[in-house]
Design a protein around this ligand. Structure first.
Ligand code: SAH
Ligand code: SF4
Length: 437
């Protein structure tokens, strides 16, 4: 089913806004999403790729497939689209010719367009992906998606929104003006695009010389919702996308290998646990409310105590199933010994891992990354208190695929960032994440 721009949901008061430091200082927590895109009535030619079982059923009903056949036909489509990666209805040989022709007349199996692919020397790949236009006012939203291969796993970092309504002061995505939620199909499509690109379908092969895991498992084995956007401001679509990604008859990703990272949207956390049952990562970044109010402004709505209570209540926690706390290392801001000690004290009683992230600068950012010795010292305090505290290993340094650097809007900024990187004052790269599985 197509996604259409829902004009009725367009907020008439939503002015495009750029986030200045002054606005941030004045207590500006969120921008307003400009566009809401909903799954709507499918005009001809809509892609079936990324749809849920219910949406596929509706698509079949829309072309007159009788209800008694829906279950079987959905199962067939599901297998071809999500297990085999079919790109053409003609491949679906266990369906009658006549039905295939009707499907092909009404729908496609098109993927979102890959505008560019960059491959790092270390094998990390970054795609700029343009989503299908959702209506006459939409040129097609662009998002970035990053693939981080290791020998025994391949992690895909996906986006949940175009831009982000939140305004964390160290995050590039937070400055992006245009914001809209991705549909569940657009979230799933990022995985499809990645599997196409690295040959991760039965019978496919990776591109010549590509670095992919060599343990005999899947090339994309883990998903992290750590690209653009706040997943828990788009919970419906994120939960629906996870449902599709983890379905045992199709894409078959284990929910324990899917991690959703949130800046702390407390009221949605329990729902995520109950409905999606994934691993959880929290962008903590500060141990005092005063500082977290500044770095992660949603803290003014839901403070550290509320956030940690919600963590304690997250379903299914155990030592084998811990929450990852992300902590960006900002020189002279949040990186003292006292901060490290307070951190371990705060997390007492929560099955936790702490992920220290060296800050990735971007053009116009006002912070610096902590010195390496400081990060090591911080890490040691955390480690001595009994927590695994891996520092994310730089990946994809040469292609600017770093945490918090993703921003799809302007080529100009990207060019400047690339220059900074070349001069050694810029990007650090993607960091290996995941839950050790
Ligand atoms: N919005 C969600 C997920 C996307 S951000 C969230 O905030 O959790 C993924 C991670 O990258 C978060 O922990 C975020 O705080 C971190 N991040 C953002 N900007 C960064 C930067 N410039 N350097 C390092 N990490 C950054
Ligand atoms: Fe949004 Fe996450 Fe960036 Fe904050 S860190 S602005 S929540 S993407």
């Amino acid at each position: 089913m197509a996604t259409v721009l829902d004009i009725a949901k367009r907020n008439p008061n939503a002015a495009p806004v750029a986030v200045s430091d002054a606005a941030r200082a004045a207590g500006f927590i969120e921008k307003t999403a400009e566009l809401n895109v909903v799954a709507g009535a499918a005009p001809g030619g809509a892609s079936l790729v990324g749809l849920t079982r219910d949406q596929l059923k509706d698509s079949l009903a829309a072309i007159g497939v009788p209800e008694r056949e829906h279950k079987m036909r959905v199962a067939q489509l599901w297998h071809w689209i999500y297990f085999r990666g079919a790109k053409d209805f003609a491949e679906m040989t266990n369906m009658g010719k006549e039905l295939r022709a009707r499907l092909a007349a009404a729908y496609t199996l098109a993927r979102p367009q890959v505008v560019s692919e960059q491959v790092s020397k270390d094998g990390t790949r970054k795609w700029l992906i343009r989503m299908a236009s959702t209506g006459p006012l939409d040129k097609g939203a662009e998002i970035e998606c990053v693939y981080i291969p290791e020998t025994d796993r391949g992690t895909l970092c996906v986006s949940s929104q175009v831009g982000c309504t939140l305004t964390c002061s160290f995050c590039h995505t937070g400055t992006q003006r245009l914001v809209r939620n991705l549909t569940s199909a657009e979230i799933v499509a990022q995985l499809i695009v990645a599997r196409d690109a690295i040959g991760d379908w039965p019978g496919a092969t990776p591109p010549e010389g590509a670095f992919v895991p060599n343990d005999g498992g899947r090339f994309v084995s883990n998903i992290v919702f750590m690209g653009m956007g706040e997943p828990l401001y788009n919970t419906d679509n994120v939960v629906a996308a996870i449902e599709v990604m983890s379905d045992g008859e199709g894409l078959t990703l284990s929910r324990r290998r899917i991690t959703v990272s949130t800046s702390g949207v407390v009221p949605q956390m329990e729902r995520l646990g109950a409905e999606a049952n994934t691993m959880l990562a929290i962008s903590l970044h500060a141990v005092r409310d005063e500082l977290r109010d500044e770095l992660v402004p949603i803290n003014r709505k839901y403070d550290i105590a509320q956030l940690l209570d919600a963590c304690r209540a997250y379903p299914g926690l155990s030592n084998a199933r811990r929450i990852t706390f992300e902590y960006v290392m900002l020189k002279g801001v949040n990186d003292s010994d006292a901060d490290a000690r307070k951190l371990v004290q705060l997390l007492k009683g929560i099955p936790a891992k702490i992920n220290l992230i060296p800050f990735n600068p971007w053009p116009g950012s006002k912070y610096e990354c902590s010195d390496w010795e400081r990060i090591e010292r911080f890490s040691e305090i955390v480690y001595r208190a009994g927590y695994a505290s891996p520092v994310r290993t730089p990946r994809g340094r040469d292609i600017l695929a770093a945490c918090g650097q993703l921003k799809s809007e302007t080529e100009k900024l990207r060019a400047r960032a690339r220059m900074m990187a070349e001069q050694g004052i810029g990007a650090e790269g993607v960091y290996v994440v995941g839950n050790g599985e």
